[in-house]
Design a protein around this ligand. Structure first.
Ligand SMILES: [Zn+2]
Length: 423
């Protein structure tokens, strides 16, 4: 099963590969292992996109700032300040939201500087070969619809968002959406779907010449909500145009429900059914904003990619990752037991023990260690799916989640819904 898109304007040059390809290489129940390629960058899936705030209010000399993210970026590429430790392979996929651009109250001049060069074209990040997912920031713009810096504001509509996504050089782009909230009534949800539909139409016309991968946002907590969302969108953009124009699907609106695993399992497995019924099951499925312990569940249900801030959040909360689902307090961490590049540096271990002037120099290395552990576990999970043996995936869920009392029943639910059940 594979899905490829040629340039929308048909100008594909002779001998060139299409700019986008997604190929499923193995399945185990609903779980699938594949390969996602955008332009020259290829990524094995299922894949985790760590959220990175590449522009955190700083200038190039401060690695574009960003507090803890500054140290994360320095470790991604390896600079003197972090003992020369580099871990670019764990940043093979990254996500940034256009909404985060002005988080640090930057001036308009700095805002323009950020936009004048594609992010990964900058010399600071030249060693990164990352598939860059640029989120539209829909949730943040729901309110006053503005991107506010220090002394300036930019009205954010679909055109403005796309222009920023393009300027930063995103590989995967989503339309500007209107995420729903758990307490939205029916009329509000339909109105949000209608506004999203208008954006979808504008987005497709703006991106006609783009060779980025285009993902359609999908919203809802269950089958009928997602089906109605697509009915509303196809009132504006015909289903055939939707299928031809979009390469992938990004399921949103689940962040407020991220700790309600039952709701998450229902939404994702219903989403797979909706996509099958709408003829889009061969598209890569990304779940927005859900990571951490839910990842084995998502993979079991056939999700191809997800983004996560947990590696940083856990570090900020003093948690040191021991596996995708287990953490220990930083004070109890045994750095000798980890062979990752961060824990292999005496300088960085000493900083993680608290011997550093700034908090970011303590927590930045912890965050990158956390990310490495998560990425390695996702890679192992991918290999399990790639075996094509459903029993092995079931065993993986048992081994990783079975001993967590709160997670066990959710693992069982996924086994029963998506992996053919127990024998
Ligand atoms: Zn480590």
């Amino acid at each position: 099963m594979s899905n490829t898109r040629t340039h929308a304007d048909g100008d594909e040059r002779d001998g060139d590969e299409p700019p986008f390809a997604f190929t499923v290489e193995a399945t185990a129940g609903d779980a699938r292992a594949g390969r996602l390629r955008v332009r020259d960058t290829e990524l094995p899936t299922p894949a985790m996109f760590p959220v990175v705030n590449f522009y955190g209010g700083g200038r190039p000399r401060s690695f574009f700032g960003g507090g803890i993210y500054r140290t994360v970026k320095e470790l991604a590429v390896g600079v003197e300040r972090v003992d020369g430790v580099a871990a670019p392979e764990y940043f093979d996929a990254t996500m940034m939201s256009v909404a985060s651009l002005t988080d640090y109250g930057i001036s308009e001049d700095l805002f323009e500087t950020y936009r004048d060069t594609e992010l990964l074209e900058r010399s600071e990040f030249e060693s990164l070969e990352s598939l860059l997912f640029l989120d539209s920031g829909g949730f943040k713009f729901l309110g006053d619809g503005q991107l506010e810096g220090n002394g300036f504001a930019v009205e954010m509509d679909q055109t403005a968002v796309y222009e920023i996504q393009r300027d930063l050089g995103g590989d995967v782009l989503v339309n500007l959406d209107h995420p729903i909230a758990p307490d939205d009534d029916h009329a509000t949800r339909v109105e949000k779907a209608r506004k999203t539909a208008e954006n979808v139409e504008t987005f497709l016309s703006l991106t006609a010449d783009s060779d980025a991968a285009l993902y359609l946002t999908l919203h809802g907590y269950n089958y009928s909500m997602m089906d109605e969302f697509l009915e509303t969108v196809t009132d504006v953009v015909p289903a055939s145009v939707l299928r031809e124009g979009f390469d992938g699907i990004a399921l949103g609106s689940l962040v407020p429900k991220k700790d309600d695993r039952e709701a998450l399992i229902q939404a994702v497995s219903d989403c797979r059914e909706v996509l099958a019924d709408w003829g889009m099951r061969d598209r890569p499925l990304h779940v927005l904003g859900i990571g951490s312990r839910a990842i084995p569940l998502l993979v079991g249900m056939g999700v191809d990619s997800f983004d996560s801030t947990t590696y940083v959040q856990n570090a900020i909360n003093g948690k040191y990752q021991q596996s995708l689902v287990d953490t220990v307090p930083l004070d109890d961490a045994d750095f000798d037991r980890c062979d990752c590049p961060v824990c292999s540096s005496d300088v960085l271990v000493s900083r993680m023990r608290g011997d550093a002037e700034y908090k970011k120099d303590v927590l930045g290395p912890v965050a990158v260690h956390n990310l490495i552990v998560q990425k390695r576990d996702v890679a192992a999970l991918r290999e399990t799916v790639a075996s094509g043996e459903t029993g092995q995936v079931i065993q993986y869920l048992e081994d990783t989640l079975g001993h967590h009392e709160t997670m066990r029943k959710h693992a069982h639910a996924v086994v029963n819904r998506s992996l053919g059940g127990y024998f």
